[in-house]
Every structure is written in structure tokens, then in C-alpha cells.
Ligand binder design. Structure first.
Ligand code: GUN
Length: 299
């Protein structure tokens, strides 16, 4: 069997079109343009790239974005003060603090300082806590895990009752992805560096989400025939044939997995575009909620 490739870029593009339309409707109703603040501390090149891409995509759908850049040696207090200012700014409906923060900064305190009503990354402990609880609804769901679920559904996967395996337990992807799968009534196993016989656990997965950050660690023979595979990894591997000297690969050995799986996301062009679309959707929904506007349900 050769797997279907799940085209995250195409699905994200559809979401952006509907977001743009919803932003226009919001403005026509007399409300303010959605505003997103991106807080960037230090000069990590990858973080700068991500924030640039997020701001570019915001502009495309009509969301006003502001970059708030702080020096790498900023104090805890300076960062938290900036967050407090943004919490109080009525033109800002969403605040994202790009991670990782520089060494020595208390990430938990910074994320906890964000108003839960503007927590468009969904990383505030109250939003994550509600995600983990039955009968509670977080105001925001983290964009990357939400994108994984959207991609699975769009590929036709049945989540209810499925054996779902999440490899990786990060706060940003693995853990919230597992919580979302539980909400979809999947039977979920969370794997990590201490998991015994990871290959056998993966081989039992009807749904496999790989979010470990290890280039092509998951091989084709770890995958159950007919499984749905979502590859969250974005790893650089040296490649002299490329102008920039590297290429991007996922956590799954794509060329092997495509021979076994039923459907699989590529890297790049799978989960990555969904992350940005999810952030924009959360920002629009926040602007709608904070301004008392009832929007339409979106993907
Ligand atoms: N670092 C890696 N992924 C993310 C993300 O989704 N949001 C933020 N703010 N930082 C990140």
C-alpha cells in the first residue's frame, strides 16, 4: 500500500481563506481589527523565523500583529511587565510568547502572567488544566496539537476507539495532543525516552503522532499497516546538495512509512502550516469573544 499524503498546506490555506472572510465580517460589524502581540526574547534564529512567518500569515488574513522584541539579557520582571502591559492593551486580543525563553527565565511564571482570555497559544496552566479535565472547556487549545486532530479528521481517520500512540510528552505538542485524542475517545498511549520497546508500542498504533524532535527515528517497520501517521518533527539534517546546506526531515522515515501507512503528513507541508493557521484562528476567536461578537464555527 502507498499512503495518501495529507496536504497540510492546502488545508491550512482553506482555513486562512475562511479566517480572512470572518475578519472582514467582524470589521463590517463595526468591531476592531484583531490584534496579535508576538513577544520574542533574545536572538534565537529559529524563533525569529517562526515569529516572522506568524506575522506574515497574520497580515494575509487581516490580523494586525506587533512584534515585541526584548534583549536576551532581559530580566524576569521586564518580560512579565511587558506581558502585563499587553494584557491591559485593548487593541491586543492575543499574546504569544515565543518559546524557548533564554536560560534563567522562569517560563511557567511568564506563561502564567498572560491573561487567560488572550492566551492564544493555549499554554497558560489554566487552559491546559481545563483541557485535561472532563466537562471543562479551555478558552484556547494549543495550535499544533489541534492541527494534528484536524489533519487526522480530514484524512478520514476514525478516532473513537482507535489505538492512538503519541511519541513525545512535551507541554507544547505531545501532552496536549494526547489530551485532545482522549477527548475524541481514542485509547491513548504516551511514549517517551524511557518507554520500553517503543517499536512494538508504535506497531500497535492505528494513529501515530510523532513529536520527539529526532530525525527519522520512527522507521517504516514500526508502523502498523494502514495506520494514520502525523509527523510533527521538523529536523535539520546536513545536505551539501542544498543551497542552504541542510534539508528538513520529520521524526518519521517518510520514504519507508509511505509504503506501510494509510495516510501520512509530509515534512515540510504537513503539520507546520496548521500551527500558524491555528494560532490565527485562536486570535480571531479571541477578538470576537473580547468584543462580544458571535462568529461562525470554524474548522
Ligand atoms: N515554540 C515552539 N513551538 C511554539 C509555539 O507553538 N508557540 C510558541 N509561542 N513558541 C513555540
Amino acid at each position: 500500500m502507498t499512503a495518501r499524503i495529507i496536504d497540510g498546506e492546502a488545508i491550512a490555506a482553506e482555513i486562512r481563506v475562511s479566517l480572512k472572510r470572518e475578519v472582514e465580517k467582524l470589521l463590517l460589524s463595526g468591531k476592531s481589527r484583531p490584534g496579535l502581540a508576538a513577544v520574542l526574547v533574545g536572538d534565537d534564529p529559529a524563533s525569529h523565523t517562526y515569529v516572522r512567518l506568524k506575522r506574515k500569515a497574520s497580515a494575509e488574513v487581516g490580523i494586525e500583529s506587533v512584534a515585541q522584541e526584548l534583549a536576551a539579557d532581559s530580566s524576569q520582571e521586564q518580560i512579565e511587565n511587558l506581558v502585563h502591559e499587553l494584557n491591559a492593551d485593548p487593541t491586543i486580543h492575543g499574546i504569544l510568547v515565543q518559546l524557548p525563553l533564554p536560560q534563567g527565565i522562569d517560563e511557567e511564571a511568564v506563561l502564567g502572567a498572560i491573561s487567560i482570555e488572550k492566551d492564544v497559544d493555549g499554554f497558560h496552566p489554566l487552559n491546559i488544566g481545563k483541557l485535561a479535565m472532563k466537562g471543562r472547556e479551555p478558552l484556547f487549545v494549543p495550535a499544533t496539537p489541534a492541527g494534528c486532530i484536524t489533519l487526522l479528521k480530514s484524512a478520514g481517520a476514525t478516532l473513537q476507539g482507535a489505538n492512538a500512540v503519541v511519541v513525545g510528552r512535551s507541554n507544547i505538542v505531545g501532552m496536549p495532543a494526547a489530551l485532545l485524542l482522549v477527548r475524541e475517545n481514542a485509547t491513548v498511549t504516551i511514549c517517551h525516552s524511557r518507554t520500553k520497546d517503543l517499536q512494538s508500542v508504535c506497531r500497535n498504533a492505528d494513529i501515530l503522532i510523532a513529536a520527539i524532535g529526532r530525525a527519522e527515528m520512527i522507521r517504516g517497520d514500526w508502523i502498523k499497516p494502514g495506520a494514520f501517521v502525523i509527523d510533527v518533527g521538523t529536523n535539520r539534517v546536513d545536505d551539501a546538495s542544498k543551497e542552504r546546506g541542510y534539508r528538513l526531515v520529520g521524526d518519521v522515515a517518510f520514504d519507508e512509512a509511505i509504503e506501510v501507512a494509510q495516510a501520512i503528513t509530509p515534512v515540510p507541508g504537513g503539520v507546520g502550516p496548521m500551527t500558524i493557521a491555528g494560532l490565527l484562528r485562536n486570535t480571531l476567536q479571541s477578538a470576537q469573544r473580547l468584543q462580544g461578537y458571535m462568529g461562525e464555527a470554524m474548522l
